[in-house]
Design a binder for this molecule. Structure first.
Ligand SMILES: C[S@@+](CC[C@H](N)C(=O)[O-])C[C@H]1O[C@@H](n2cnc3c(N)ncnc32)[C@H](O)[C@@H]1O
Length: 246
């Protein structure tokens, strides 16, 4: 167990149970204004980032979204056999209502919903063509264990695509911390009208988040191949891609 006593429970490898439990509480508090704050703080670029990640899914594929939250990404995933996973019952409730409504309007069958953490996925091995993590990887308690479980449930040849707040390297991380610590905080404070808004905790997870090379190395250790990472325009978000070998 890493000693994270000097960093209130956070480091690039994961988050202590107590800090994670509070983080979950804070994440649930974002639900009513989640999409609105995301849109403003990314200057509307969140739409394009989600579209880019979505383009990795092809019609008919079996797709898992890990950390689906209130369904902001899953709602627009069309023509796939979809499973949404999240540890928060509150998030799943909102996601289910929203995603099933959109799927029904497109003539698709409802998605499956699983209340669980990435580190312990209660689903069979070799099941999914794609696993997506949109703005949830940063919140995993144990990043390596979560990536290992995702590797297990991917089909051979299947692909993981992660999109999260960008931290290409140490220097880019400094710029990111400035953006998270000022602009994002102002936006959240104005929208929520609450000086103790939950985005304070989201900035904390970014501070202790690892760089591209840190997580690429973890993925390679687990056995993923074709591991890539890059910033998505305009540099606020990172996209990782990795495959389970055939
Ligand atoms: C910021 S929301 C992301 C929502 C959505 N995916 C999106 O596209 O905006 C992060 C989500 O990750 C979930 N989460 C936190 N820890 C997790 C874990 N260990 N495993 C899976 N999901 C987790 C949270 O409950 C929350 O719903």
């Amino acid at each position: 167990m890493p000693d994270r006593s000097a960093t209130q429970g956070f480091d690039p490898s994961g988050i202590d149970e107590e800090a994670w439990t509070e983080l979950e509480r804070q994440l649930e508090a974002t639900i009513p204004v989640y999409d609105k704050v995301n849109k403003i703080m990314t200057l509307g670029f969140d739409k394009g980032m989600r579209k880019h990640v979505r383009s990795h899914a092809k019609p008919g594929m079996k797709v898992l979204e890990v950390g689906c939250g209130p369904g902001s990404f899953a709602v627009d995933l069309e023509d796939v056999d979809l499973t949404c996973l999240d540890p928060s019952a509150e998030m799943l409730k909102v996601c289910k209502k929203r995603v099933n409504k959109a799927r029904k309007s497109r003539g698709e069958k409802p998605a499956a919903y699983v209340e669980a953490i990435a580190e312990e996925i209660p689903l069979p091995s070799d099941t999914f063509d794609r696993v997506f993590c949109l703005f949830s990887f940063r919140d995993f308690k144990d990043k390596k264990q979560g990536l290992t479980e995702i590797f297990r449930v991917l089909k051979p040849g299947g692909q993981l695509v992660i999109c999260d707040a960008g931290k290409a390297n140490w220097l880019h991380g400094l710029v990111g911390r400035l953006y998270m610590g000022t602009f994002v905080q102002w936006v959240a404070r104005i929208v929520t009208r609450n000086p103790n808004h939950p985005w304070k905790w989201l900035a904390r997870t970014y501070t202790h988040y690892g760089t591209h090379s840190y997580y690429k190395n973890v993925m390679k250790e687990i056995g993923y191949n074709d591991v890539k990472a890059r910033l998505l325009f305009p540099g606020m978000s990172s996209r990782f891609k990795a495959r389970k070998p055939e």
